[in-house]
Design a protein around this ligand. Structure first.
Ligand SMILES: *[C@@H]1O[C@H](CO)[C@@H](O)[C@H](O)[C@H]1NC(C)=O
Ligand SMILES: *[C@@H]1O[C@H](CO)[C@@H](O)[C@H](O)[C@H]1NC(C)=O
Ligand SMILES: *[C@@H]1O[C@H](CO)[C@@H](O)[C@H](O)[C@H]1NC(C)=O
Length: 433
């Protein structure tokens, strides 16, 4: 068929289309690329009119629904066959902005930007048992899943016993299928996100809410995005969290500072937080979210090593701790220093003398500082790239008083930090070691 005939056809078809629309029917079979090479489906054959429309192609791009959700552009028939709801149009009116909202347990989705909510959302959910969502790749060029916890409230971790403080004993969220390490989490995690790296062989990923007891009011609303390989927002390998802005806020999972009840950070954490080094930035600084400087500092509290000295220091709530003092739980910042424009990029002076000319790698205690035994928060700088942090916690809490109960003064609630990338112009060039 030469061009002029195609043009004539198009004009005819548009005419038909207008007639159809005028009669209140959707032009249902404007196919995307996925169907172009295949054979017609039954639905396609049901109308000659429809098969002619295969000429129109558009990519399944992200779109925004008329209610403000992130959707994917599909034909209306593809949207319904994916279990989605059409809301607003896209692709110059040929597609619908399709969003899938799943409120059941045991469903499977392959649609980008699926919202998974607890049954009955926005009401809370008190049923015990396992509730899972299965996710398959939306296309072969997808390398990661990103889960955004728009709402996430499960039972808090244990805070009753020293040996199990921070463990998710009542409710827990786990995932399978990914190649990076993703810790089990519980408690309150709204606004947090996680990345799941895909291995080439894995086809199905599962997201599992494992819930015990019927007294907890749980709520979740998780957006699942399929991240293509090699984009500016594809996280490097093995980054559980990825931040791309010049400034931002980092919090440990279940970060909830409260004097009562005592709420611990989670046990068994082992993950990387990665911050994209933006062009023109050579370093990074971290500071506590809150500037309050009482003993129960509400931005940083991580118990360290199971020694009498470290435990007493933590329980007294008076000092920062670094490196060897942070043997059990710690936040790792490579070559953390109190010196802005430091020329050091690897630890050369060990604690406890402090990093006034060098740096440390592990931070804990109740004040946030790169110097040990500090009784105040201080900005912490790092000029080591990439700007990655690593958070490690073990099975229990050692930095508490010897009694089995945890008190407010020994609450180890984790961290809330702001970061600011440091422009290269503010950094001295590294002329000597
Ligand atoms: C279409 O169907 C025919 C006959 O069933 C088959 O030979 C052919 O391989 C199919 N084409 C595609 C692209 O699936
Ligand atoms: C839509 O996506 C953008 C960017 O990924 C995000 O910032 C925004 O919160 C999302 N909106 C909703 C309603 O999920
Ligand atoms: C999925 O949607 C997000 C935005 O919501 C977009 O950044 C991403 O490229 C989409 N993934 C695919 C495979 O199209």
């Amino acid at each position: 068929m030469d061009r002029s005939i195609i043009v004539m056809f198009s004009i005819m078809l548009l005419g038909c289309c207008c007639v159809q629309v005028a009669f209140g029917q959707q032009p249902k079979s404007i196919h995307n690329k996925n169907h172009m090479s295949g054979n017609s489906t039954d639905a396609d054959r049901s109308s000659k009119f429809i098969s002619l429309f295969s000429i129109v192609r558009f990519p399944n791009s992200p779109c925004t629904t008329s209610t403000g959700l992130n959707g994917t552009c599909f034909t209306s028939s593809e949207c319904s066959s994916n279990g989605g709801t059409a809301s607003g149009s896209c692709a110059s009116g040929f597609g619908v902005c399709c969003v899938v909202t799943i409120q059941t347990c045991g469903s499977t989705t392959s649609l980008n930007s699926t919202y998974w909510q607890n049954p009955g959302y926005t009401n809370s959910y008190t049923t015990a048992g396992q509730c899972s969502l299965y996710v398959t790749k939306s296309s072969s060029d997808v390398c990661q899943l990103r889960l955004d916890f728009i709402g996430f409230t499960l039972a808090n971790p244990d805070s009753n016993a020293k040996v199990s403080a921070g463990q998710c004993l009542v409710d827990v969220f786990t995932v399978t299928g990914q190649s990076n390490s993703v810790p089990a989490i519980c408690g309150s995690n709204a606004n947090q996100h996680i990345y799941m790296d895909m291995t080439p062989g894995t086809q199905t990923f599962s997201l599992n809410m494992i819930l015990t007891g019927t007294t907890t009011s749980r709520l979740w609303n998780i957006r699942i995005s399929q991240i293509p390989c090699g984009t500016s927002y594809t996280a490097p390998d093995n980054c559980l969290q990825y931040f791309t802005e010049p400034t931002g806020t980092l919090t440990s999972f279940n970060y909830q500072y409260a004097t009562t009840p005592v709420i611990q950070h989670l046990a068994y954490q082992d993950y990387n937080i990665c911050i994209r080094t933006n062009q023109g930035f050579c370093g990074i600084s971290y500071a506590p979210c809150s500037t309050t400087t009482t003993n129960s500092e509400p931005s940083f509290a991580i118990s360290g090593t199971d020694t009498a000295v470290a435990a007493a220091a933590f329980a007294a709530g008076t000092t920062s701790l670094v490196d060897a003092e942070c043997g059990n739980d710690w936040l790792q910042i490579p070559c953390a220093t109190d010196q802005i424009n430091s020329v050091y990029t690897s630890a050369s002076v060990a604690a406890p003398t402090g990093p006034t000319v060098g740096c440390v790698n592990k931070l804990c205690g109740v004040f946030f500082s790169a110097i040990t035994a500090a009784a105040a928060n201080a900005p912490v700088y790092s000029y080591t790239k990439p700007f990655n942090l690593y958070f490690h916690t073990d099975a229990s809490e050692y930095g508490m008083a010897s009694a089995d109960a945890i008190s407010t003064s020994t609450e180890s609630f984790g961290f809330c930090l702001t970061y600011t990338q440091q422009a290269c112009s503010s950094t001295l060039s590294k002329t000597s070691g």
